[in-house]
Structures are given as C-alpha cells and as structure tokens.
Design a protein around this ligand. Sequence first.
Ligand code: NAD
Length: 368
Amino acid sequence: MNRELSIVALPGDGIGNEIFNEARKVLNWINNNSHYKLNITEELIGGSSIDASGEPLTNNVLEKLRVTDAILLGAVGGPKWEDLTFDKRPERGLLKIRKELDLFANFRPAIVFDSLASSSSLKPEIINGLDLMIIRELTGGIYFGEPRGVEKLNENNYKGFNTLVYTSEEIRRIASVAFETAQSRSKKLCSVDKANVLESTELWRKVIIEVSKDYPDVELNHMYVDNASMQLVRDPKQFDVIVTTNMFGDILSDCASMLTGSLGMLPSASVGVSTSGKKNAMYEPVHGSAPDISGKSIANPLAMILSVSMMFKYSFEDDNMSNIIIRNVNKVLNNGYRTKDIFTDECKLLSTSDMGDAVIEELKNEKL
Ligand code: NAD
C-alpha cells in the first residue's frame, strides 16, 4: 500500500539550492521505486524570502510548515543580507521555525565513514569507526533568554547582554530524549554543562540526575564544557551520546564535525513534540550557505542527502530506508568519489551534481 507523506523543502540561500537539487534526486528515486508517495513542495526562507517579501519567513510559509509531515532545509544567509537589522536577518527565519514548532531536540551525529578517515585533521586511529551523537537543546538557553540587548551606558561605553536561562521542564524533556537515545545505542550518556560557574547549568545537572533515575540501565557521567571540548579532540571515541545546552551544543557539534573530515558530511535533525500523531521535525545539514563556494558546483551534497536519511529514521520511522541511503553514500565514498572538500590524492573529483548522480547509480542496485 502506498504511503503518502508531505515534505516542505526550504532550499534557502547560497549553496542551499545546489545541495537541495541532489537531495531531490534521492527523494524522486524513492518516489519512483518504493511504496512512498512523497509530495514535495518548495518554499522560500532566509535571504531569498527577504528578497521576495521583506521577511526571512512569511506566516504563510510557517502555516505550511505546521501541517507538513517533515521539513527539509538547505541553508540560509550570506553577505548580501549581513547589514540588515538583527530581527530581519535570514537566520531569524530559522530561529522562528525552531521556536514556533518547538523543535527542542537537535540531533547531530558525527560519523566517520571508513574511507574518509584520512580526511580528518586527527590521526586515523583516533577517529576510525567514530559514531557519536550530540543532542543539543535547541529552543532555550542563551540564544532565546530575556533580557537581551545592547544599552548605552554613556558616550563611550555600551553594555551588551544576553541571559542564559533554563527551566526544569525544558531540561527534563531534552533529558528524556537523550536517555531514550542512549538506551537505543550503547547505553552511555555524557551530560555537558558548566555547573561549577553557571547557576542555570547547576540546575541542568540536578535535573539530569533526577531524570536518570528513570533510566537505570544508562550509565551517566557529567563533564564541564571546557573539559568536554578538549576530550572531544583527544579521545572522541570515549563518547557515545552527549546531551548539552543550546550554545555548548552549537560549539561542540561544530568541533565534532571536523573530526569527520568536513562540514559537508554532517546532517542534523531538529525534532519537537508529537501532536495528533504527527511529530514536528526539520532536517538540515549542519553547515551554512557557504557563500565562498556558492554557484561553483563544488559543494558537497552528502550532508543534505544524509539529512534525508535522518528524515526517514526520525519522522517516517523507517530505519530500513534510512540505512539504505547511508549504505549507498558509503559505497560512493568507497568507490573513491569525492567532492573538493573531502578530496585526497588518488580519488575521483566530482561536482555537486555528479555526486548526487553517483548516489543514484548506487541506489539503482537496491532491491526494495
Ligand atoms: P559555512 O558552514 O557556510 O561555511 C564554512 C566553511 O565550510 C566554508 O569554507 C564553506 O565553503 C565550507 N562548507 C560548508 N558547507 C560545505 C559543503 N556542503 N561542501 C563543501 N564545503 C562546505 O559557515 P560560514 O561561512 O560561517 O557562514 C556562511 C553563512 O551561512 C552565514 O551567513 C551564516 O550566518 C550562515 N549559516 C547558516 C546556517 C544554517 O542555515 N543552518 C548555519 C551556519 C551558518
């Protein structure tokens, strides 16, 4: 029986369109070769939406996002819009989706594909086989806390301020997601905070410990963020699942991304609560709009394609299709195909579009 689902695609700015075109090939292949009937519509976000309507995300698009089965985003931003006031910038569109759809749990896997071990700046023995999941709280903390702003104190002196705030409820729900994820993996969870200095993360640690009592099979440990950043580079394989605050997660996951060789390889999922049987969720590469390479057809589309794989796992609860996508990305890499960001000697250099085609060529060997 056909499985009919809707996807709203928000390609965005810079390389967003280029990488979305390749993810679209995979979605089309799934439509043509499986029981899925994916209805894909494209909408504007970020700078391209500002150019069309003056807003980084219109309410019209937001309403479509509220009712769709999943959202696939490319990237937003670029120099053209950098001088706009803070509330009009492309990135506000993204923050609005996260807040309005309450996408509080951000999953950022850092997986080292065997054939890319030499692309990492770390020694292969340190990162070989790495499969790490960082779970970042996405709708609270210092990025959203009030009060915030810049105030003039006197002629030559200003005060800039933001507020790091967490409620027990916000911590409790991300903790439950993290413990459940750890249960489905190696049953090890590391919570990262700065409880020795920041009261809000002292509360974070207290609530994590409370929630841990419901998951006695998960081994929990705590780490201060400064130590965690050091340990992530020293011995990343000591971690399996990390849970942390919005800002710490932002920084640690970018650090973890370089363990894998390139930002162009890293997908992410931002998931909210389930309402009436539907889980709000958005899938996007970790990287930005990469204005420095936009329009050159050299961007790596694999993070975007792997984001589609996460969509099948988390929104459509189809681990099989999710694994099919990962397996075939792996095969393409094993065949020595590389975009410029992960290119090493003796590999075959491909354009963005050729990399998408290479994944489709491998998918053609799958029997669904
Ligand atoms: P970036 O991630 O866009 O680029 C950082 C570096 O990584 C660049 O050298 C870029 O060429 C490279 N890179 C990124 N993605 C790549 C890919 N798929 N293939 C090959 N190389 C890739 O970060 P930035 O330069 O700091 O930001 C550029 C713009 O993107 C800014 O406007 C920023 O605000 C925005 N941004 C958006 C998001 C998002 O949409 N989620 C995230 C981060 C940054």
